[in-house]
Design a binder for this molecule. Structure first.
Ligand SMILES: [Fe+2]
Ligand SMILES: [Fe+2]
Length: 187
C-alpha cells in the first residue's frame, strides 16, 4: 500500500461525518432542535480523528518529509495552503464549541448560530479533502523512492498506534489537572 492510502481512507470517513452533520443542520433549521450528543461526538471526531490523527500524519510526517525535497513552486504553495487550512479547520471547531456552550447554557437563540458554524465546517472539509486527493497526494509520491514510501507507511502506522493512548491519557490529564507519566517509547 502507498502511504497516501490510509490518508485517503480517512478522508472517506471524514466525508461521512460531514454528511451526518448536513442532516443535523437540516434538523436544526426545520425542527429548531439539535442532537447535542452528535455535536459532542462530532467535536471529538474533528479534534481527535480529523485533526490530531489525520492532519497529524499529514503535517508531522508527510509534509515534514516533503519539506526536505526540492518541491516545485506549485507544490510548495499548495502545501503551505493546506497547513493554513488545517489552522482554519481548528478555528472552525473552536467556534462550533463556543456556539454549543452558549446553547447548553440555556440560550435557545444560539441554535441558528450553531447551524452557521456547522455549515462552515461542512463547507470547509470537502474542499480541503478534494485539494489533497485530486491535486496533491499523487504528485507528492513522485518525490519519494519506494523505500521512503514504505518507511513513511510504517511511520504512519506507529503514529496511529500511539493515538488511542494519547487520547485517553489526555482525558485523564484533563480531569486530573496534571500530566500523567508516559510509558517509555510512546509519544
Ligand atoms: Fe489536510
Ligand atoms: Fe487530509
Amino acid at each position: 500500500m502507498k502511504p497516501i492510502g490510509p490518508l485517503m481512507w480517512e478522508h472517506r470517513l471524514i466525508e461521512q461525518m460531514v454528511d451526518l452533520l448536513r442532516g443535523e443542520i437540516d434538523r436544526i433549521t426545520d425542527r429548531k432542535t439539535v442532537n447535542v450528543i452528535l455535536i459532542e461526538q462530532a467535536v471529538d471526531f474533528f479534534r481527535t480523528y480529523a485533526d490530531r490523527t489525520h492532519h497529524g500524519k499529514e503535517e508531522e510526517i508527510l509534509f515534514r518529509d516533503l519539506s526536505g525535497k526540492a518541491l516545485s513552486p506549485d507544490h510548495r504553495r499548495i502545501m503551505e495552503e493546506l497547513i493554513r487550512e488545517h489552522i482554519h479547520g481548528r478555528r472552525l471547531v473552536r467556534k462550533l464549541v463556543e456556539a454549543r456552550d452558549v446553547y447548553l447554557n440555556g440560550y435557545a437563540e444560539a441554535l441558528p448560530h450553531m447551524a452557521r458554524e456547522l455549515n462552515e465546517l461542512v463547507e470547509f472539509y470537502p474542499k480541503h479533502i478534494e485539494k489533497e486527493d485530486r491535486g496533491f497526494f499523487f504528485p507528492c509520491l513522485d518525490y519519494f523512492t519506494q523505500a521512503e514510501q514504505d518507511r513513511m507507511l510504517q511511520e504512519f502506522r506507529a503514529f496511529d498506534r500511539n493515538m488511542i493512548h494519547e487520547k485517553y491519557r489526555s482525558v485523564v490529564e484533563h480531569f486530573l489537572g496534571k500530566k500523567v507519566m508516559k510509558p517509555s517509547g510512546t509519544g
